[in-house]
Write a protein that binds this ligand. Structure first.
Ligand code: SF4
Ligand code: SF4
Length: 93
């Protein structure tokens, strides 16, 4: 079974508010260009996307793996777990 198929088995109960906050969009827009905006590559759920002139955060699909907590070279992501009762529900397949 491919990883994409396994991820499809997961279920999500998204909160209304994001648990992942970009602290400084200007840093993404300018300083991080030289780093090739790694959050758009390392996130297994493709939560971060560069759209027009800013990073968008599709927090609803977050797998809570914690990679962005350490992967952003500028510590520019305020990472938290979702509030209790919300977030990913893993199923094994
Ligand atoms: S890796 Fe960090 S600084 Fe770079 S684009 Fe993503 S959030 Fe912004
Ligand atoms: S915690 Fe993992 S899945 Fe969630 S946004 Fe960060 S890298 Fe992506």
């Amino acid at each position: 079974m491919k990883i994409e198929d396994k991820l499809y088995l997961d279920r999500f109960k998204p909160d209304e508010q994001s648990h992942l906050i970009i602290i400084d969009q200007e840093k993404c827009r300018t300083t991080c260009v030289a780093q090739n905006r790694p959050c758009t590559h390392f996130c297994p759920a493709q939560v971060y996307k560069w759209e027009e002139d800013k990073i968008t955060v599709a927090f609803e699909g977050c797998l809570e793996c914690g990679a962005c907590r350490i992967g952003c070279p500028f510590s520019n992501i305020d990472w938290r777990y979702p509030r209790g009762g919300f977030g990913v529900q893993y199923k094994f397949g």
